[in-house]
Design a protein around this ligand. Structure first.
Ligand SMILES: Nc1ncnc2c1ncn2[C@@H]1O[C@H](COP(=O)(O)OP(=O)(O)O)[C@@H](O)[C@H]1O
Ligand SMILES: [Mg+2]
Length: 358
């Protein structure tokens, strides 16, 4: 466990956000370039020596020039996302087979990082879009942001304005149903992705509503979603102090640490993992998948070091590229993404679901 003062307002769920020596070493290395051998520190912050995990000779992609974007902002054919995924024979088929597999029951995937702007909402939608486009049905994205969640705006059709608030109001009448009837009734509260590949349960605009999402209610909502869907992707929002956030994390089958390759974002993700370990969720941390999502077309100098760091702490790291289609923050249209973005998401989603595939 990394060092750091525990504030302890509630045992295990509150800790200082001071960078540890382990974290400082990682940033120093990224800032000043690599020495011939990497200096890392162990869980007790003692320096350890280990071989580099990455091949430093990998080609670095250049940023797109202005003339590589079409007038409407779409990439021209010459534009390539960064980092470019390595070609893998049969890789797409294998990834699709994992995503399509029997998952041994409904699976809740929690996308988390308490920092805003680290691509959580986008990642939740894209994981749902990828799983939905492969599985064909039974995938939902729940915007569990307590404050002005944007998933409903970015991913759902405007067929109605119902949100989690409306669902809660009618939850008891809904829960008594089963099978097709339950699915049909729940559908009144859901939006659909424009291509119909996944459903969206939108969050509530009114911040006063957040206090209604106590652990009992959140578990009931997850239970209904799991009775009607096989893959439940939850955008967990930014408030680690809320009972809602904690309940979703504790109920999740898979934690997906979502971050961009920036110091503040990745540090907050790392801090969250310490917090979860202190709360007794060490196994969840070890089994987590870290998504490193690129916010710019240029390769971050931190990317490789952060990937190595989170590969040490979590089960796997998946890097997903910048895509100009996603930058505007408007409607997420899976079909319009660059093929390399779709491919990266196929691999990332397969990595996330792999432990469950039978
Ligand atoms: N892969 C990407 N490429 C380019 N821009 C992106 C990508 N993913 C997200 N973005 C941009 O980053 C912004 C913040 O992402 P968002 O998912 O809303 O973060 P969070 O939910 O963590 O606050 C989005 O509005 C979008 O403009
Ligand atoms: Mg968000």
């Amino acid at each position: 466990m990394a060092g750091g003062r525990t504030l302890g307002t509630e045992a295990g769920w509150s800790r200082s956000a001071e960078p540890t020596p382990r974290w400082r070493a990682l940033l120093e290395r990224a800032r000043h370039g690599r020495a011939s051998e990497q200096i890392l520190v162990d869980d007790d912050d003692r320096p350890v020596r280990r071989a580099p995990e990455f091949d430093d000779d990998r080609p670095v992609r250049r940023a797109p020039e202005f003339d590589e974007l079409e007038p409407d902002g779409r990439p021209s054919l010459r534009w390539q996302p960064t980092p470019a995924p390595a070609p893998e024979p049969d890789g797409a088929d294998r990834a699709a087979a994992v995503i399509r597999a029997d998952l041994g029951g409904p699976r809740v995937l929690a996308f988390a990082n308490p920092k805003g702007g680290v691509h959580k909402t986008t990642a939740t939608a894209l994981a749902a879009a990828t799983a939905g486009s492969v599985r064909g049905r039974g995938v939902i994205a729940w915007d569990d942001n307590e404050l002005r969640g944007t998933l409903g705006l970015r991913a759902g059709s405007a067929r109605h304005a119902r949100t989690i608030r409306h669902l809660l109001a009618d939850l008891a009448q809904l829960e008594i149903h089963d099978g097709i009837q339950l699915r049909a009734r729940l559908d009144d509260y859901l939006k659909h992705a424009s291509d119909g590949t996944y459903d969206v349960l939108a969050g509530e605009e009114d911040p006063r509503f957040a206090q209604k999402l106590d652990p009992y209610i959140v578990r009931r909502v997850l239970e209904v979603l799991c009775r009607t869907h096989d893959v439940v992707c939850v955008d967990t929002g930014n408030n680690v102090e809320s009972p809602n956030w904690r309940t979703v994390i504790q109920s999740a089958d898979q934690l997906v640490v979502t971050t961009v390759p920036r110091e503040d974002a990745a540090f907050t993700a790392d801090w969250m993992l310490d917090l979860l370990e202190e709360a007794g969720l060490g196994r969840m941390v070890k089994n987590a998948v870290t998504l490193l999502s690129c916010p710019t077309p240029t390769r971050s100098p931190l990317l490789d070091d952060l990937a190595a760091h989170f590969r040490n702490r979590t089960r796997a790291v998946a890097v997903v590229p910048y895509d100009p289609q996603l930058e505007s923050g408007s409607n997420i249209d899976y079909a319009m993404l660059h093929p390399a973005t779709k491919w990266a998401w196929l691999r990332a989603t397969a990595t996330i679901l792999e432990p469950f595939a039978r």
